[in-house]
Design a protein around this ligand. Structure first.
Ligand code: PMP
Ligand code: GLN
Length: 406
Protein backbone atom coordinates (compact mmCIF):
# COMPACT_ATOMS: atom_id res chain seq x y z
CA UNK A 1 0.00 0.00 0.00
CA UNK A 2 1.49 3.38 -0.90
CA UNK A 3 1.40 6.39 1.42
CA UNK A 4 -1.60 8.01 -0.27
CA UNK A 5 -3.68 4.86 0.08
CA UNK A 6 -2.83 4.81 3.81
CA UNK A 7 -4.33 8.29 4.19
CA UNK A 8 -7.77 7.11 3.40
CA UNK A 9 -9.91 4.27 4.59
CA UNK A 10 -12.02 4.29 1.46
CA UNK A 11 -10.93 3.06 -2.01
CA UNK A 12 -9.31 5.71 -4.20
CA UNK A 13 -11.34 4.77 -7.24
CA UNK A 14 -14.83 6.23 -7.15
CA UNK A 15 -17.64 3.68 -6.80
CA UNK A 16 -19.06 4.52 -10.22
CA UNK A 17 -15.80 3.31 -11.85
CA UNK A 18 -15.31 0.21 -9.77
CA UNK A 19 -15.63 -3.23 -11.30
CA UNK A 20 -14.72 -2.28 -14.85
CA UNK A 21 -11.03 -3.13 -14.55
CA UNK A 22 -8.74 -2.62 -17.53
CA UNK A 23 -10.45 -3.08 -20.88
CA UNK A 24 -10.12 -6.51 -22.44
CA UNK A 25 -8.73 -4.87 -25.59
CA UNK A 26 -5.88 -3.28 -23.66
CA UNK A 27 -5.20 -6.52 -21.81
CA UNK A 28 -5.08 -8.63 -24.95
CA UNK A 29 -2.99 -6.17 -26.96
CA UNK A 30 -0.49 -5.95 -24.09
CA UNK A 31 -0.26 -9.74 -24.11
CA UNK A 32 0.12 -9.78 -27.89
CA UNK A 33 2.98 -7.26 -27.71
CA UNK A 34 4.65 -9.03 -24.78
CA UNK A 35 4.67 -12.36 -26.63
CA UNK A 36 5.02 -11.10 -30.19
CA UNK A 37 1.71 -12.79 -30.92
CA UNK A 38 -0.49 -12.37 -33.98
CA UNK A 39 -3.03 -9.84 -32.71
CA UNK A 40 -6.50 -11.01 -33.73
CA UNK A 41 -7.81 -9.42 -30.53
CA UNK A 42 -8.21 -5.64 -30.55
CA UNK A 43 -10.05 -4.34 -33.60
CA UNK A 44 -7.62 -2.08 -35.42
CA UNK A 45 -6.27 -2.47 -38.95
CA UNK A 46 -2.58 -3.23 -39.41
CA UNK A 47 -2.47 -1.44 -42.75
CA UNK A 48 -2.39 2.29 -43.50
CA UNK A 49 -5.38 4.35 -44.57
CA UNK A 50 -5.84 5.26 -48.26
CA UNK A 51 -2.87 7.44 -49.37
CA UNK A 52 -5.21 10.34 -50.19
CA UNK A 53 -6.45 10.34 -46.59
CA UNK A 54 -2.91 10.36 -45.19
CA UNK A 55 -1.94 13.09 -47.68
CA UNK A 56 -4.90 15.18 -46.48
CA UNK A 57 -3.57 14.99 -42.91
CA UNK A 58 -0.09 16.08 -44.04
CA UNK A 59 -1.62 18.96 -45.98
CA UNK A 60 -3.69 20.04 -42.97
CA UNK A 61 -0.53 20.18 -40.84
CA UNK A 62 1.35 22.09 -43.56
CA UNK A 63 -1.57 24.50 -43.85
CA UNK A 64 -1.07 25.44 -40.20
CA UNK A 65 -4.15 23.89 -38.60
CA UNK A 66 -2.50 23.56 -35.19
CA UNK A 67 -4.86 25.34 -32.82
CA UNK A 68 -8.20 24.54 -31.19
CA UNK A 69 -11.04 23.68 -33.51
CA UNK A 70 -14.40 25.27 -32.71
CA UNK A 71 -16.06 23.15 -29.98
CA UNK A 72 -18.64 21.59 -32.36
CA UNK A 73 -15.93 20.80 -34.94
CA UNK A 74 -14.35 22.48 -37.96
CA UNK A 75 -17.08 23.71 -40.35
CA UNK A 76 -15.71 21.82 -43.38
CA UNK A 77 -15.97 18.51 -41.50
CA UNK A 78 -19.48 19.21 -40.25
CA UNK A 79 -20.46 20.04 -43.83
CA UNK A 80 -18.83 16.84 -45.11
CA UNK A 81 -20.69 14.76 -42.49
CA UNK A 82 -23.98 16.42 -43.48
CA UNK A 83 -23.26 15.65 -47.16
CA UNK A 84 -22.41 12.02 -46.27
CA UNK A 85 -25.67 11.53 -44.33
CA UNK A 86 -27.60 13.06 -47.25
CA UNK A 87 -25.84 11.07 -49.97
CA UNK A 88 -25.90 7.73 -48.17
CA UNK A 89 -29.16 7.80 -46.26
CA UNK A 90 -31.18 10.73 -47.62
CA UNK A 91 -31.06 12.43 -44.22
CA UNK A 92 -30.75 16.20 -43.90
CA UNK A 93 -28.78 17.67 -41.00
CA UNK A 94 -27.88 21.31 -40.51
CA UNK A 95 -24.11 21.41 -39.92
CA UNK A 96 -24.36 24.44 -37.64
CA UNK A 97 -27.01 23.14 -35.23
CA UNK A 98 -27.28 19.39 -35.75
CA UNK A 99 -23.77 17.99 -36.11
CA UNK A 100 -21.07 17.76 -33.44
CA UNK A 101 -17.57 16.45 -34.05
CA UNK A 102 -16.18 14.42 -31.14
CA UNK A 103 -13.02 12.67 -30.02
CA UNK A 104 -14.06 9.35 -31.54
CA UNK A 105 -17.46 7.75 -31.22
CA UNK A 106 -16.47 7.01 -27.63
CA UNK A 107 -16.67 10.67 -26.65
CA UNK A 108 -19.92 11.10 -28.57
CA UNK A 109 -21.46 8.21 -26.62
CA UNK A 110 -20.12 9.54 -23.32
CA UNK A 111 -21.30 13.10 -23.95
CA UNK A 112 -24.74 11.90 -25.01
CA UNK A 113 -25.30 9.62 -22.04
CA UNK A 114 -23.90 12.14 -19.56
CA UNK A 115 -26.01 14.91 -21.07
CA UNK A 116 -29.29 13.04 -21.20
CA UNK A 117 -29.42 10.76 -18.17
CA UNK A 118 -30.40 11.62 -14.63
CA UNK A 119 -29.38 9.40 -11.76
CA UNK A 120 -31.51 6.28 -11.73
CA UNK A 121 -32.61 6.55 -15.37
CA UNK A 122 -32.51 3.22 -17.17
CA UNK A 123 -30.65 2.76 -20.44
CA UNK A 124 -31.29 -0.32 -22.58
CA UNK A 125 -28.32 -1.94 -24.31
CA UNK A 126 -27.92 -5.15 -26.30
CA UNK A 127 -25.88 -7.90 -24.71
CA UNK A 128 -23.11 -8.83 -25.62
CA UNK A 129 -22.33 -5.21 -24.75
CA UNK A 130 -19.44 -3.07 -25.99
CA UNK A 131 -17.50 -2.17 -22.87
CA UNK A 132 -17.62 1.62 -22.79
CA UNK A 133 -21.44 1.66 -22.65
CA UNK A 134 -21.57 0.10 -19.19
CA UNK A 135 -18.84 2.37 -17.83
CA UNK A 136 -20.32 5.60 -19.13
CA UNK A 137 -23.84 4.70 -18.01
CA UNK A 138 -22.40 4.10 -14.56
CA UNK A 139 -20.46 7.39 -14.68
CA UNK A 140 -23.76 9.13 -15.39
CA UNK A 141 -25.32 7.46 -12.33
CA UNK A 142 -27.82 5.76 -14.62
CA UNK A 143 -28.73 2.08 -14.68
CA UNK A 144 -27.78 -0.23 -17.52
CA UNK A 145 -30.47 -2.73 -18.53
CA UNK A 146 -29.17 -5.47 -20.80
CA UNK A 147 -31.29 -7.11 -23.49
CA UNK A 148 -29.62 -10.41 -24.39
CA UNK A 149 -29.31 -11.46 -28.03
CA UNK A 150 -30.22 -15.05 -28.83
CA UNK A 151 -27.05 -17.16 -28.98
CA UNK A 152 -26.94 -19.44 -32.05
CA UNK A 153 -25.85 -23.05 -31.95
CA UNK A 154 -22.60 -23.18 -33.90
CA UNK A 155 -22.40 -26.45 -35.76
CA UNK A 156 -19.11 -28.21 -36.43
CA UNK A 157 -19.63 -28.17 -40.20
CA UNK A 158 -19.56 -24.41 -39.79
CA UNK A 159 -23.10 -24.29 -41.10
CA UNK A 160 -24.49 -21.84 -38.56
CA UNK A 161 -25.15 -19.05 -41.02
CA UNK A 162 -27.89 -17.81 -38.71
CA UNK A 163 -25.91 -15.78 -36.28
CA UNK A 164 -26.99 -13.98 -33.14
CA UNK A 165 -30.48 -12.51 -33.38
CA UNK A 166 -32.51 -9.98 -31.43
CA UNK A 167 -35.93 -11.00 -30.17
CA UNK A 168 -37.54 -7.57 -30.17
CA UNK A 169 -40.10 -8.69 -27.61
CA UNK A 170 -37.31 -9.05 -25.07
CA UNK A 171 -36.38 -5.43 -25.73
CA UNK A 172 -39.97 -4.24 -25.51
CA UNK A 173 -40.54 -6.06 -22.24
CA UNK A 174 -37.40 -4.52 -20.72
CA UNK A 175 -38.91 -1.01 -20.99
CA UNK A 176 -40.09 0.49 -17.68
CA UNK A 177 -41.31 3.95 -16.65
CA UNK A 178 -37.65 4.70 -15.75
CA UNK A 179 -36.32 3.91 -19.24
CA UNK A 180 -34.78 7.04 -20.68
CA UNK A 181 -32.88 5.77 -23.67
CA UNK A 182 -31.91 2.87 -25.86
CA UNK A 183 -28.23 2.67 -26.78
CA UNK A 184 -28.23 0.55 -29.92
CA UNK A 185 -25.22 -0.83 -31.74
CA UNK A 186 -25.70 -2.10 -35.30
CA UNK A 187 -23.59 -3.44 -37.00
CA UNK A 188 -22.94 -5.05 -33.65
CA UNK A 189 -19.63 -5.61 -31.90
CA UNK A 190 -18.79 -8.43 -31.13
CA UNK A 191 -21.43 -10.58 -32.87
CA UNK A 192 -21.39 -9.03 -36.36
CA UNK A 193 -25.19 -8.81 -36.31
CA UNK A 194 -26.67 -6.21 -38.68
CA UNK A 195 -30.24 -5.46 -37.61
CA UNK A 196 -32.73 -5.83 -40.45
CA UNK A 197 -35.43 -3.33 -41.34
CA UNK A 198 -38.27 -5.32 -39.76
CA UNK A 199 -36.40 -5.41 -36.45
CA UNK A 200 -35.49 -1.74 -36.69
CA UNK A 201 -39.14 -0.89 -37.44
CA UNK A 202 -40.21 -2.67 -34.27
CA UNK A 203 -37.49 -0.90 -32.27
CA UNK A 204 -38.59 2.45 -33.70
CA UNK A 205 -42.22 1.78 -32.72
CA UNK A 206 -41.08 0.84 -29.22
CA UNK A 207 -39.13 4.11 -28.92
CA UNK A 208 -42.04 6.20 -30.18
CA UNK A 209 -44.67 4.45 -28.02
CA UNK A 210 -42.55 4.76 -24.89
CA UNK A 211 -41.11 8.19 -25.70
CA UNK A 212 -37.52 6.88 -25.57
CA UNK A 213 -34.43 8.58 -26.89
CA UNK A 214 -32.34 6.39 -29.20
CA UNK A 215 -28.56 6.63 -29.18
CA UNK A 216 -27.20 4.68 -32.12
CA UNK A 217 -23.60 3.51 -32.38
CA UNK A 218 -23.04 3.07 -36.12
CA UNK A 219 -19.24 2.98 -36.25
CA UNK A 220 -19.32 -0.10 -38.53
CA UNK A 221 -21.88 1.48 -40.90
CA UNK A 222 -19.60 0.88 -43.90
CA UNK A 223 -18.41 -2.56 -42.88
CA UNK A 224 -21.53 -4.42 -43.96
CA UNK A 225 -21.09 -7.51 -46.12
CA UNK A 226 -24.63 -8.90 -46.18
CA UNK A 227 -27.80 -6.81 -46.31
CA UNK A 228 -27.54 -3.08 -45.76
CA UNK A 229 -27.06 -0.68 -42.91
CA UNK A 230 -30.21 1.31 -42.12
CA UNK A 231 -29.81 4.14 -39.61
CA UNK A 232 -32.59 3.99 -37.01
CA UNK A 233 -33.06 7.75 -37.42
CA UNK A 234 -34.41 7.23 -40.96
CA UNK A 235 -37.47 5.37 -39.64
CA UNK A 236 -40.80 7.09 -38.95
CA UNK A 237 -40.85 9.10 -35.75
CA UNK A 238 -37.12 8.67 -35.10
CA UNK A 239 -35.48 11.70 -36.75
CA UNK A 240 -35.86 13.95 -33.74
CA UNK A 241 -35.48 11.39 -30.98
CA UNK A 242 -32.22 9.81 -32.17
CA UNK A 243 -28.60 10.75 -31.64
CA UNK A 244 -26.83 9.07 -34.58
CA UNK A 245 -23.19 8.39 -33.73
CA UNK A 246 -20.35 7.25 -35.95
CA UNK A 247 -16.66 7.79 -36.53
CA UNK A 248 -13.99 7.74 -39.20
CA UNK A 249 -11.82 5.08 -37.56
CA UNK A 250 -13.24 1.97 -39.23
CA UNK A 251 -14.44 3.60 -42.44
CA UNK A 252 -10.99 4.95 -43.31
CA UNK A 253 -8.79 2.52 -41.32
CA UNK A 254 -7.51 5.22 -38.96
CA UNK A 255 -8.74 4.13 -35.54
CA UNK A 256 -6.02 6.15 -33.78
CA UNK A 257 -7.24 9.46 -35.20
CA UNK A 258 -10.35 9.38 -33.02
CA UNK A 259 -12.52 11.60 -35.16
CA UNK A 260 -16.16 10.86 -34.43
CA UNK A 261 -19.48 12.65 -34.63
CA UNK A 262 -23.06 12.87 -33.42
CA UNK A 263 -25.97 13.94 -35.63
CA UNK A 264 -29.23 14.93 -33.93
CA UNK A 265 -31.98 17.53 -33.71
CA UNK A 266 -30.92 20.99 -32.47
CA UNK A 267 -32.38 20.22 -29.00
CA UNK A 268 -30.50 16.93 -28.62
CA UNK A 269 -27.38 18.47 -30.19
CA UNK A 270 -27.52 21.29 -27.64
CA UNK A 271 -27.47 18.71 -24.85
CA UNK A 272 -24.62 16.70 -26.42
CA UNK A 273 -22.55 19.85 -26.91
CA UNK A 274 -23.23 20.98 -23.33
CA UNK A 275 -21.45 17.86 -22.06
CA UNK A 276 -18.87 17.53 -24.82
CA UNK A 277 -17.45 21.02 -24.24
CA UNK A 278 -16.34 19.93 -20.77
CA UNK A 279 -14.96 16.53 -21.79
CA UNK A 280 -12.39 17.38 -24.46
CA UNK A 281 -13.78 20.75 -25.67
CA UNK A 282 -12.26 19.96 -29.09
CA UNK A 283 -9.54 17.70 -30.44
CA UNK A 284 -7.42 16.74 -33.44
CA UNK A 285 -7.86 19.86 -35.58
CA UNK A 286 -5.64 18.75 -38.51
CA UNK A 287 -7.23 15.31 -38.49
CA UNK A 288 -10.69 16.88 -38.58
CA UNK A 289 -9.62 18.65 -41.78
CA UNK A 290 -8.28 15.40 -43.18
CA UNK A 291 -11.52 13.51 -42.50
CA UNK A 292 -13.48 16.34 -44.13
CA UNK A 293 -11.42 15.59 -47.25
CA UNK A 294 -11.74 11.81 -46.81
CA UNK A 295 -15.56 12.00 -46.66
CA UNK A 296 -15.51 14.00 -49.89
CA UNK A 297 -13.42 11.44 -51.84
CA UNK A 298 -15.23 9.23 -54.37
CA UNK A 299 -17.35 6.59 -52.65
CA UNK A 300 -15.15 3.76 -53.95
CA UNK A 301 -12.53 4.82 -51.37
CA UNK A 302 -14.98 3.44 -48.81
CA UNK A 303 -16.26 0.50 -50.86
CA UNK A 304 -12.66 -0.72 -51.32
CA UNK A 305 -12.30 -0.90 -47.54
CA UNK A 306 -15.56 -2.86 -47.36
CA UNK A 307 -14.48 -5.25 -50.13
CA UNK A 308 -11.09 -5.86 -48.51
CA UNK A 309 -12.72 -6.73 -45.20
CA UNK A 310 -15.28 -8.98 -46.86
CA UNK A 311 -12.42 -10.96 -48.44
CA UNK A 312 -10.61 -11.17 -45.10
CA UNK A 313 -13.77 -12.24 -43.32
CA UNK A 314 -14.20 -15.12 -45.78
CA UNK A 315 -10.56 -16.11 -45.51
CA UNK A 316 -10.70 -16.27 -41.73
CA UNK A 317 -14.09 -18.00 -41.55
CA UNK A 318 -13.08 -20.63 -44.10
CA UNK A 319 -9.66 -21.11 -42.52
CA UNK A 320 -11.23 -21.66 -39.10
CA UNK A 321 -13.81 -24.06 -40.46
CA UNK A 322 -11.07 -26.06 -42.18
CA UNK A 323 -9.49 -26.49 -38.75
CA UNK A 324 -12.80 -27.88 -37.45
CA UNK A 325 -13.65 -24.64 -35.63
CA UNK A 326 -17.29 -23.57 -36.05
CA UNK A 327 -17.18 -19.92 -37.09
CA UNK A 328 -19.96 -17.44 -37.84
CA UNK A 329 -19.70 -15.48 -41.06
CA UNK A 330 -20.65 -12.01 -39.77
CA UNK A 331 -22.99 -9.76 -41.76
CA UNK A 332 -20.86 -6.80 -40.69
CA UNK A 333 -18.08 -5.40 -38.46
CA UNK A 334 -14.45 -6.35 -37.93
CA UNK A 335 -15.21 -9.59 -36.07
CA UNK A 336 -15.74 -13.33 -36.51
CA UNK A 337 -17.24 -15.42 -33.70
CA UNK A 338 -15.71 -18.85 -33.27
CA UNK A 339 -16.35 -21.80 -30.94
CA UNK A 340 -13.16 -23.39 -29.70
CA UNK A 341 -14.85 -26.23 -27.80
CA UNK A 342 -14.21 -28.80 -30.58
CA UNK A 343 -10.50 -28.11 -30.18
CA UNK A 344 -10.69 -28.85 -26.48
CA UNK A 345 -10.85 -25.25 -25.29
CA UNK A 346 -14.28 -24.84 -23.76
CA UNK A 347 -13.27 -21.91 -21.55
CA UNK A 348 -12.60 -19.00 -23.92
CA UNK A 349 -11.49 -16.67 -21.12
CA UNK A 350 -8.76 -19.12 -20.07
CA UNK A 351 -7.86 -19.76 -23.70
CA UNK A 352 -7.44 -16.05 -24.50
CA UNK A 353 -5.26 -15.49 -21.44
CA UNK A 354 -3.06 -18.44 -22.43
CA UNK A 355 -2.98 -18.21 -26.24
CA UNK A 356 -0.61 -15.21 -26.71
CA UNK A 357 2.18 -17.05 -24.88
CA UNK A 358 0.90 -20.58 -25.66
CA UNK A 359 0.55 -20.43 -29.44
CA UNK A 360 1.33 -16.81 -30.27
CA UNK A 361 -2.22 -15.70 -31.06
CA UNK A 362 -4.31 -13.03 -29.30
CA UNK A 363 -8.13 -13.07 -29.39
CA UNK A 364 -10.94 -11.69 -27.23
CA UNK A 365 -13.26 -13.92 -25.18
CA UNK A 366 -17.01 -13.32 -25.54
CA UNK A 367 -17.22 -13.50 -21.77
CA UNK A 368 -15.82 -9.95 -21.67
CA UNK A 369 -19.05 -8.62 -23.19
CA UNK A 370 -21.60 -10.38 -20.98
CA UNK A 371 -22.55 -10.55 -17.31
CA UNK A 372 -23.16 -14.31 -17.31
CA UNK A 373 -20.46 -15.97 -19.41
CA UNK A 374 -22.02 -19.45 -19.30
CA UNK A 375 -24.01 -19.34 -22.60
CA UNK A 376 -20.97 -18.02 -24.49
CA UNK A 377 -18.31 -19.83 -22.48
CA UNK A 378 -16.41 -21.31 -25.42
CA UNK A 379 -16.83 -18.39 -27.86
CA UNK A 380 -13.99 -16.13 -28.95
CA UNK A 381 -13.92 -13.05 -31.13
CA UNK A 382 -11.26 -12.93 -33.85
CA UNK A 383 -10.54 -9.64 -35.66
CA UNK A 384 -10.55 -9.79 -39.47
CA UNK A 385 -9.07 -6.31 -39.97
CA UNK A 386 -5.53 -7.62 -40.42
CA UNK A 387 -3.47 -8.11 -43.56
CA UNK A 388 -3.81 -11.39 -45.41
CA UNK A 389 -0.40 -12.74 -44.38
CA UNK A 390 -1.16 -11.95 -40.72
CA UNK A 391 -4.49 -13.80 -40.92
CA UNK A 392 -2.72 -16.72 -42.61
CA UNK A 393 -0.06 -16.81 -39.88
CA UNK A 394 -2.78 -16.65 -37.19
CA UNK A 395 -4.51 -19.63 -38.80
CA UNK A 396 -1.22 -21.49 -39.08
CA UNK A 397 -0.62 -21.04 -35.37
CA UNK A 398 -4.17 -22.11 -34.51
CA UNK A 399 -3.58 -25.25 -36.53
CA UNK A 400 -1.40 -26.61 -33.74
CA UNK A 401 -4.56 -26.77 -31.62
CA UNK A 402 -6.35 -28.79 -34.28
CA UNK A 403 -3.41 -31.24 -34.42
CA UNK A 404 -3.14 -31.45 -30.68
CA UNK A 405 -6.46 -30.56 -29.00
CA UNK A 406 -5.82 -29.33 -25.45
N1 PMP B 1 -18.43 1.51 -30.64
C1 PMP B 1 -18.07 0.27 -31.02
C2 PMP B 1 -19.12 -0.76 -31.18
C3 PMP B 1 -16.74 -0.03 -31.27
O1 PMP B 1 -16.39 -1.26 -31.64
C4 PMP B 1 -15.78 0.97 -31.08
C5 PMP B 1 -14.34 0.61 -31.28
N2 PMP B 1 -13.74 1.36 -32.18
C6 PMP B 1 -16.19 2.25 -30.70
C7 PMP B 1 -17.53 2.48 -30.46
C8 PMP B 1 -15.22 3.36 -30.47
O2 PMP B 1 -15.09 4.16 -31.60
P1 PMP B 1 -14.00 5.32 -31.63
O3 PMP B 1 -12.66 4.67 -31.77
O4 PMP B 1 -14.37 6.15 -32.80
O5 PMP B 1 -14.10 6.05 -30.35
N1 GLN C 1 -13.43 -1.22 -30.70
C1 GLN C 1 -12.20 -1.96 -30.58
C2 GLN C 1 -12.54 -3.44 -30.41
O1 GLN C 1 -13.65 -3.80 -30.20
C3 GLN C 1 -11.37 -1.55 -29.41
C4 GLN C 1 -11.26 -0.13 -29.09
C5 GLN C 1 -10.59 0.06 -27.77
O2 GLN C 1 -9.58 -0.57 -27.50
N2 GLN C 1 -11.16 0.85 -26.94
O3 GLN C 1 -11.64 -4.22 -30.46
Amino acid sequence: MNSLARQTSRPLLATRLQGFGTTIFTEMTEQAVAHDAVNLGQGFPDEDPHPAVVAAAHEALDAGHHQYAPGPGVPSLREAIAAHQQRRYGMTFDPSTEITVTFGATEAIAATVLALCEEGDEVLVLEPTYDCYSAVISMAGAKEVRVPLEVPALSSDGGAETGFTLDVNRLISAVTPRTRALLLNSPHNPTGLVLDTATLDAIASCCVENDLIAITDEVYEHLVYEGEHVPLATLPGMRDRTVTISSAGKTFSCTGWKIGWACASPELTGAVRAAKQFLSFAGGTPLQHAIARALSLPDDTISEVTATHRRRRDKLVEGLRRLGVPALRPAGTYFVTADLAPLGHSNAMEFCRWAPSGIGVAAVPFGAFVLDPEPVRSLVRFAICKSEHVLAEGLRRLESLARDPG
